[in-house]
Design a binder for this molecule. Structure first.
Ligand SMILES: Cc1ncc(COP(=O)(O)O)c(C=O)c1O
Ligand SMILES: [Zn+2]
Length: 366
């Protein structure tokens, strides 16, 4: 790297640190980092942490289609319901936006081999981007992950470590392996670089719809899409491109709901986890929980939980009425939207956008 265009700022104590993909925790207080840029946003492109934006390790991610879901929007009583088809990405999920940035930073900061843990989609994505950048990846994923996702991790040449038990067990196994092997833990949830890649989704929406979206409803697990999209909107506001940031509403399965519980002051812990088909958001101990809650509150948004049945109902409904085959986690956002309209949190007649984060093609039908 030449002179870096950013530093890492601790989200808890505000200490700063030089750019790094391996130092995930603040040396002063153990907090996580956010990327802090040295220049002001101009709103034309999202600010990115690499020296040369033309040298991004890219597989063609981003610029996903924005489609109007007319029938569903009308049935729900909305003015417009937009879907951003984030599953139309090189590896079939929104994660490719983050993988492009994280693997570029890893490559430029001298990483050759790294460890990652994932519910499946991020592991599949990082494996592809590692292959493209010539990096060796070790991916820890739940043994129960959809075979489509596990097959992707393997065909892209990563070492796949299948871990029995809930999602959290894969994180713990990865952390053990990091200690044993002394390799870089390039965790997409702990590193601040992954969510930087998500900002572009907000830029793409604003480019077409300008200030026109009032609510964004999305599934939240570790919060990379939530945190990154809100940051993208904040940059656009700072640059004077838009005057309002939409309300962001986080959707979780009732079975695993740390974010919604924290937003609503409910006492919920990791020990209360139930099984869920929303595998992408089955995150019981998200390390950026406080940051997610703060981000949602900063937009005057909310959190909502959805039932297991509603995931499947909405997956079928989107497929048969709109021709959109979302993964169950992603379909859950629509179940959440329906509840938010019923409760009045999202007003009838408003303009709503839902990012459809993952493809139904990767997992078996329920
Ligand atoms: C399809 C899908 N949607 C949403 C999410 C949640 O993303 P995040 O953990 O960044 O909140 C995931 C994460 O694995 C996912 O796979
Ligand atoms: Zn700190």
């Amino acid at each position: 790297m030449n002179v870096p265009n950013h530093s890492l700022r601790c989200i808890d104590c505000s200490s700063t640190q030089q750019p790094s993909v391996g130092d995930l925790y603040c040396a002063e207080c153990g907090g996580l980092f956010a990327v802090e840029y040295l220049d002001a946003p101009d709103g034309t492109f999202p600010r990115l942490p690499m020296d040369d934006p033309m040298a991004v390790n890219s597989l063609g991610e981003g610029d996903t289609p924005l489609v109007l879901l007319e029938k569903t929007g009308e049935a729900l009583g909305l003015n417009t319901l937009w879907a951003k088809l984030e599953f139309m990405a090189p590896t079939g999920s929104f994660k490719d936006r983050g993988s492009a940035v994280l693997t570029t930073m890893g490559r430029d900061l001298g990483v050759t081999e790294f460890i990652e843990d994932s519910s499946g989609n991020a592991g599949a994505s990082l494996s592809a981007y590692a292959a493209a950048a010539g990096l060796k990846a070790h991916v820890f994923a739940p043994a129960s992950a959809a075979s489509g996702k596990l097959d992707q991790i393997q065909i892209f040449g990563a070492s796949l470590h299948k871990i029995e038990g809930p999602r959290q067990a894969a994180t713990e196994a990865a952390e053990e392996f990091v200690k044993e092997r002394e390799l870089v833990y390039m965790s997409h949830n702990l590193s601040p670089y992954f969510s930087e890649g998500m900002k572009a989704a907000s830029y793409e929406i604003v480019e077409v719809l300008e200030d026109g979206i009032e609510h964004v409803v999305l599934p939240v697990g570790n919060g990379s899409l939530l945190i990154g999209m809100i940051r993208g909107y904040q940059e656009l506001k700072e640059a004077g491109i838009i005057s309002n940031i939409p309300k962001f509403h986080g959707v979780q399965a009732h079975a695993v709901r740390p974010v919604v519980a924290a937003l609503n002051g409910e006492d919920w812990s990791h020990d209360d986890v139930q099984p869920t088909n929303a595998s992408g958001i089955a995150v019981s101990k998200p390390p950026r929980l406080a940051e997610m809650v703060e981000a949602i509150k900063s937009t005057n948004g909310s959190g909502v939980t959805v039932s297991e049945e509603s995931l499947i109902e909405w997956q079928k409904r989107l497929s048969s009425s709109e021709g959109v085959f979302a993964e169950m986690t992603s379909a859950g956002a629509f179940a959440g939207l329906e509840k938010l309209i019923e409760s009045g949190e999202v007003e009838r007649g408003s303009n709503v956008l839902v990012p459809i984060t993952g493809s139904g093609l990767k997992e078996p039908l329920k």
